[in-house]
Design a protein around this ligand. Structure first.
Ligand SMILES: [Fe+2]
Ligand SMILES: [Fe+2]
Length: 173
């Protein structure tokens, strides 16, 4: 998989990394799913033009299902308790909005009315938004969670995330 190089340097105003080691399981769970979802949309964007419509849509459906399950579980198990714990929840509220924007674009992409060129243009924007969202999530939001949540809360986030994923998978199956 060729992924876009993340060469963007962090801004000079970025807060120094927290002294914690970011070992909590919730971070690993989220990061693994981010990598998976990004890989899926990158493949669609790189090879979608040469795919048959049916193949492209099949790959897109897989991506959409994975991303929606991730976003829903994340919103309930990670964003919601983080909003409660954080003295300044603005970053989490922004992340919520980004979830909504991506979801709307995914709905567009499910429309049979789009021709391949326009479909690919939207898919590319989804990929770019996702890259941005994940970069901020794994940076600023993980930092916020580490500095404002105790170990017990972080552990509960991981348990709840897994339980929520399992529940969503059962609904789809
Ligand atoms: Fe995420
Ligand atoms: Fe997210």
């Amino acid at each position: 998989m060729t992924s876009r190089a993340k060469t963007k340097s962090h801004s000079a105003t970025e807060k120094p990394k927290s002294s914690k080691t970011r070992k909590a399981r919730i971070f690993e769970l989220l990061k693994a799913e981010h990598a998976e979802a990004l890989g899926m949309i990158e493949e669609i964007c790189e090879n979608g033009e040469t795919m048959e419509d049916a193949e492209r849509l099949e790959k897109f459906d897989e991506f959409r299902a994975a991303l929606m399950a991730h976003s829903q579980a994340e919103a309930r198990a990670f964003y919601a308790p983080l909003k409660e714990a954080a003295s300044e929840p603005a970053l989490v509220l922004e992340a919520d909005v980004e979830h909504i924007v991506v979801q709307r674009l995914l709905e567009d992409l499910s429309s049979p009315k789009l021709d391949a060129e326009r479909w690919m243009a939207r898919a590319t924007v989804v990929m770019e938004l996702l890259e941005h969202h994940i970069e901020e999530e794994e940076g600023e939001l993980f930092d916020l969670a580490e500095s404002e949540c105790d170990e017990e809360t972080l552990a509960k986030m991981a348990d709840d995330f897994e339980a929520e994923k399992e529940r969503l998978t059962e609904i789809v199956a």
